[in-house]
Unconditional design. Sequence first.
Length: 376
Amino acid sequence: MKITNIEVIELRVPGRRKLDLDPTNNGCLVQVSTDAGITGTSEVDSLPSVIKAIVEAPPRINTLMGLKSILLGEDPTDICQLWHKMYHQTSYCGRRGVVMHAISGVDIALWDILGKLEGKPVHQLLGSVQRKKLPAYTTIYPLGCTTDEVRRSIDIGLAYPVKALKIAIDPFWREQTDLAIELLQAARKHVGPDMQLMLDATASFSHYEELEPLLPALRDCNVHWLEAPFPLDAIHQHRRLSNCGIAIGAGDTGLTAPAEWESMFDEGKIQIAQPDISWVGGFTGLQKIAEMATERDCRLVPHGWNTDLTLASNLHFLAQHETEEWAEFSTSSSLLRWELTEENLQIDPQGMLSVPETPGLGINLNQKTIERYRVS
């Protein structure tokens, strides 16, 4: 079996002009085709036009190549070798950032192909399966600027039978400390004492002193983890938080290649790694980061604010991960979030998500949705 084509498909929900942190209104699919008639599919949380350019770019030298020129004619089942080949032969323009996004999309699609070929779900190919269900948490964004808005936003997440919920804040928390504390306390009161509550700071703070006034309230409100407190380059600011009494998570705002994670682990001293499978090199890269996290006694909870394609990918990884961790469930209002796939992964009454058991990712695209939202 050989790879015959790699296609990048851009999807866009019309009428969405306001830019925010929700990527789901503008989708980016990667499809890898083979001469055996088996196609692998993935999605990438990135710029579709750039991913398309990285895939289709003609080669210049053997370390400045587009992914299609690297992979056409190759055996799609030799995934580890192909990962290293892509990484090396894009090294003059890649190694980090958006090239890793493109590699991620191809890697996930290759695992989808292998699962379909062998008649196995991806989690059986990755390692020893330890669980068939994972606990889900919902993410609330935007949260709002008043206590009434906070309660209404949280009710969207509480509509699902989850035992954990993450609220994403806006940068005004940096300047309006009293209001931030009021909103946080309102959130805790609204969800009750038994709900596990996490806080995504969305890199709203630039240094420790800006965040320090909020720490007592975070502890009083029993915030389970604080995610993305600072921009990723502020590694030493992360380290200053390492003994604040709250688990610190990072990586979901842009860390890519596994080698890029070393300084965040060793210098930033984070307690929770939050890689996005569509940024870090797909399943192959995510497994490398998981090994690094385990060596440092650091938890790994994947980022996953996208459609069921990403959710399924995370569930396959978490099914065989060393420890049970939460799976992030997007509550985006985007039509693509709910209509992109034929399957509809749902949280059961116990707050759990079932790992797909059909071959590959176990997810099939809704072709009517593709036709409706595809960008020419």
